[in-house]
Ligand binder design. Structure first.
Ligand code: SAH
Ligand code: MG
Length: 213
């Protein structure tokens, strides 16, 4: 946890939650140990989606569709969402959830590795939510830039690696070292890229918000 737990608990205690369907899905995901965005991130995502009113949204990392449905429910009523997931076990559950939420007409789930799938996409997006394998973000960046409209938003989750990011690579256990160096490269690149304006926020597990110029 990168933020003092008492702050997180207090901030989240102010939160009224989401629609009944999402609240139920959140409980289910937590009990099944399926990763979903945290409460703090849910609020931020709702604010950004409400501000930006994106008509075309791309999500990388569906899991069982919690954040996809959140964007579908709180975004414009005619928004189209494309979401990518490679883990076969989760795909049918996500599809079922999209149906139950009445959003299957507006959400398209593309199955497979995001790097391959993003390469096949052409039509640009207003908003991209990056929430997949942290070590891959740097590899997805070129496609994100190509697929974002000018003025479009790239939101990335889990960028502070549960606090490891500020440690020297030698203090990181071997298993996480590759992620550590790739995530540092990602953060450096999006903070210094001439086409992006980026803010790094110590919220949840660390978040970046980038705008394409
Ligand atoms: N956004 C979801 C949580 C996603 S968890 C929510 O908040 O509800 C991250 C998901 O990304 C996992 O289900 C994992 O299988 C998927 N993933 C990781 N790397 C991927 C890749 N390269 N291509 C496609 N999916 C990937
Ligand atoms: Mg995440």
């Amino acid at each position: 946890m990168i933020v003092d737990e008492r702050f997180v608990t207090y901030i989240n205690s102010l939160d009224r939650g989401n629609t009944e369907f999402l609240n139920q899905l959140e409980r289910q995901a937590l009990s099944d140990q399926v990763p979903i965005i945290r409460r703090e991130m849910q609020s931020l995502l709702k604010v950004l989606i409400t501000m930006k009113q994106p008509k075309r949204i791309l999500e990388v990392g569906t899991a069982v569709g919690f954040s996809t449905i959140l964007m579908g429910e709180y975004g414009p009523k005619d928004a189209e969402i494309i979401t990518i997931e490679k883990y076969e076990k989760r795909i049918p559950i996500a599809r079922e959830n999209f149906k139950k939420a009445g959003l299957d007409q507006r959400i398209t789930l593309l199955e497979g590795d995001a790097l391959e799938i993003m390469g096949t996409l052409q039509e640009p997006f207003d908003f991209i939510f990056m929430d997949a394998a942290k070590g891959q973000y740097i590899n997805f960046l070129e496609d994100c830039l190509r697929l974002l409209k000018v003025g479009g938003v790239l939101l990335s989750d889990n960028v502070l690696q549960d606090g490891d990011i500020i440690e020297s690579r030698f203090a990181i256990n071997r298993r996480n070292r590759t992620i550590h160096s790739r995530m540092r490269e990602y953060l450096y690149t999006i903070k210094n890229h001439e086409q992006l304006t980026t803010a790094v926020l110590p919220l949840g597990d660390g978040v970046t918000i980038s705008i394409k110029m």
